[in-house]
Ligand binder design. Structure first.
Ligand code: NI
Length: 261
């Protein structure tokens, strides 16, 4: 089994200082490639640095909606520069978070739009964070992302109805350990609808440990196997077949090269 953790934050504490052991446990569990996701300009410099240090690790560069308030034109130009690095496979995470509203909504909209334009200019896929802002996210994607079908809704926890809208646009849906949580019935119903050629999995570690490891406060890529097993069962599939399918989807979506052993 060669799973890809398509959305992890290996630059975050405490994973970053223990990275060799984290990756060793991940490989032993069958999670053999990683996309470490940038959340700010500074973090995006670090994701690139990490991806340069380890085989089968790739970076994304982007500014999380929480940090949108501080983003200047000069910073967007720097992000454009970073995005040219060969280990960068996507723009993000970017999007809208109207749950926390750590940045004002006009700032979030402005910085999301700028990153969608950047992705289009560089022909890179987009990793979208959307919380309490589904309609606004779809609207801005419709306006800026029409030519861009490589869009993934990360950590999806929406309804089956929302999943249908995402799929109708040609976009992708990625599930974290949230799908294993007791109270996530609507997310499970949504997951049943998503065909394997549009479905990806991720940890979003160090957050969101899946059941039955939810008590492990610090999530890590090795634990993604629990989410894979859970979804394989939900789909009535063998784990090996499920893993092969989602790895193929993820490899194509991010245009990853063949893994190095
Ligand atoms: Ni994330």
């Amino acid at each position: 089994m060669e799973l890809i953790d398509t959305h992890c934050h290996l630059t975050f504490k405490p994973l970053d200082s223990d990275i060799a052991a984290v990756l060793e446990r991940s490989r032993a569990a069958g999670v053999t490639s990683w996309i470490t996701v940038g959340t700010s300009l500074h973090d995006s410099q670090r994701t690139i640095e990490f991806a340069g240090r380890f085989d089968n690790m790739y970076a994304t560069v982007g500014v999380h909606p929480h940090d949108a308030k501080d983003v200047t034109a000069d910073m967007l130009a720097q992000l454009n520069q970073l995005a040219q690095n060969l280990n960068v496979v996507a723009i993000g995470e970017t999007g809208l978070d109207f749950h926390y509203n750590f940045s004002k909504q006009p700032d979030q909209l402005r910085v999301f739009a700028a990153q969608l334009n950047l992705a289009q200019e560089l022909n890179l896929p987009v990793v979208v964070h959307s919380r309490n802002a589904f309609d606004e996210t779809m609207d801005i994607l419709d306006r800026h992302g029409s030519a861009q079908k490589r869009v993934v809704f990360h950590c999806f926890s929406g309804s089956p109805e929302q999943a249908k809208q995402v799929l109708e646009r040609g976009y992708y849906i990625s599930f974290t350990g949230v799908v294993t949580f007791k109270n996530a019935e609507q997310t499970r119903r949504a997951a049943k609808l998503v065909p394997l050629d549009r479905l990806m999995i991720e940890t979003d570690c160090p957050y969101m440990s899946p059941e039955p490891m939810r008590k492990q406060k610090v999530n890590e890529p090795a634990l993604m196997v629990h989410t894979a097993k859970f979804l394989a069962e939900l789909k009535g599939m063998d784990l090996i077949d499920f893993a092969a399918a989602v790895t193929a989807t993820s490899t194509a979506f991010f245009a990853l090269p063949s893994p190095r052993n």
